[in-house]
Every structure is written in C-alpha cells, then in structure tokens.
Design a protein around this ligand. Structure first.
Ligand code: PGA
Length: 242
C-alpha cells in the first residue's frame, strides 16, 4: 500500500488538482491500496472527489478522538469519519505524540475505537535520534507496541517511522529498515501467534530516489509518504513504479 500523508498542507484547489492528475495517471492495482490522508477540514471534500473518480483511491484521516460522546470542542469522532467515507486513520504519528502528548492508554483506546468502527488504523511507531543514539530503539518500539493488543494486530497497519527521518531528507538505510521491520514483525507475530495479516510499512523521507530500494524489500509492505506525496506526479510515479 502507498499512503499520502499531507499533514497540514493544501487547499481545496490543490487537492482538486492533485486528485485530477493522480486519478488520470495512476494504474491502480487492487493488491496495492492507494490511501490519501488530507487535512481533516478537507476530508469530506476529498472523499466526494475521490469517489467521483471511481479509481479506488481510499480516504484516510490524519487523526480523530476516541470518545464518541464527550463534550469535546474541536473533536472529531469515529462515527463522523465513517459518515464521510473514511476507511483509514493515522494513529500515534510522532508529530501528534509530541504535540498532543498521547499516552499508550489513549492510543490503545483510539485503536480499539477505530477497529470497532471498521476504520483501519495506520499505527505509527518509531524512535527519536536521541533514543537511537542511546541504543534504545528496540525498547522504545516494544513500549510503543504495547498499545496494540493481540486481537488488533491483524486489523491494523503498523508504520515504522523513525522520528529522525521524518521530513529531514535523511531516510533510514535499507539494512536498518530491514532489521527493524523484521524485529517489529517478530514482536507482532509473538503477540498474535501467527504471521497472517501483519503489515509493516515504512515512512520517513521517502522520495523518488529511494522508494524503489525500500519498497522492493520483502520486509516492507508499503510506504507512508509525507512531503513527496504533495506533488501529484511524484506520488503517481512512486505508486505506479513500486
Ligand atoms: P516525510 O513524512 O515523508 O515528509 O518524511 C512522513 C510522515 O511523517 O508520515
């Protein structure tokens, strides 16, 4: 699967242009999902446009709140996401973990709520540069994976995104990605006692120069692309040629 994470970028016009180009040029392969996560305020607008193209581009949200009924100003719940046709949601992105200070308990509630509503979580995990240098990567990942109970393992996508690689132009080396993905898969297998339904995608400075090497690894089940996904031609090329 190839996921476009637009973060806090775009406008109605840019989204429309992007969808026009991507839906014209993309060669959708049913075994490789194409997921577009625009900013929350454009989700409904985006959903309407992608459905019109009938290309099978899926809608993903960058966030939501696990409560269904709390008096939460600014909140968006899972029912609202379902209502506008959202099939995926990013949970635990490091930018949210840092800014909103999300605990494992909150993340676990979000995973549960999304799965109950049939929205597939894209659950992000990854170590900071400081943690990497201190040789803590695997401990950090084990701790982050604690939010994922065994019954959720095959119902969500895990995205390994080393924080130091996000938006920095410095992707992780393929040997490092393979080592860490293999470690994450092993952890997930141990939780679930099976290999079925485990997918681990990579994110962090994926671009036209490095996507091929990363995606071609059999340890990598997809790509989560931020900056490089903003350009419709770049995103389409990465999707078509990966
Ligand atoms: P990047 O972002 O591709 O711009 O590094 C990836 C992400 O944060 O999902």
């Amino acid at each position: 699967m190839i996921i476009a994470n637009w973060k806090m970028n775009g406008s109605k016009e840019l989204i429309k242009n992007w969808i026009d180009v991507v839906s014209r040029d993309i060669e959708i392969n049913e075994t490789k999902e194409c997921i577009f996560c625009p900013p929350t305020c454009y989700l409904d607008f985006t959903g309407t446009l992608v459905r019109k193209t009938s290309k099978g581009i899926k809608l993903g949200s960058q966030q939501f709140d696990s409560e269904l009924l709390a008096p939460l100003t600014g909140g968006i719940n899972s029912q609202m996401l379902v209502d506008i046709g959202c099939e995926f949601v990013i949970i635990g992105h490091s930018e949210q973990r840092i800014h909103v200070d999300e605990s494992n308990q909150i993340l676990s509630n979000k995973l549960k709520t999304a799965i109950e509503m049939n929205i597939k979580p894209i659950f992000c995990i990854g170590e900071s540069l400081h943690q990497k240098k201190a040789n803590q990567t695997k401990d950090i990942l084990i701790d982050q994976l604690d939010a994922l109970t065994s019954s959720f393992v095959d119902k969500c996508i895990v995205a390994y995104e080393p924080v130091w690689a996000i938006g920095t132009g410095e992707n992780a080396e393929i040997s490092y990605i393979e080592e860490i993905h293999s470690f994450i898969k092993e952890e997930l297998r141990n939780k679930k006692n099976s290999t079925n339904g485990i997918s681990v995608v990579y994110g962090g400075s994926v671009n036209l120069d490095n996507y091929k090497e990363i995606y071609s690894s059999n340890m990598v089940d997809g790509l989560l692309i931020g900056g490089a996904s903003l350009d419709s031609d770049t995103f389409t090329k990465i999707y078509n040629m990966s």
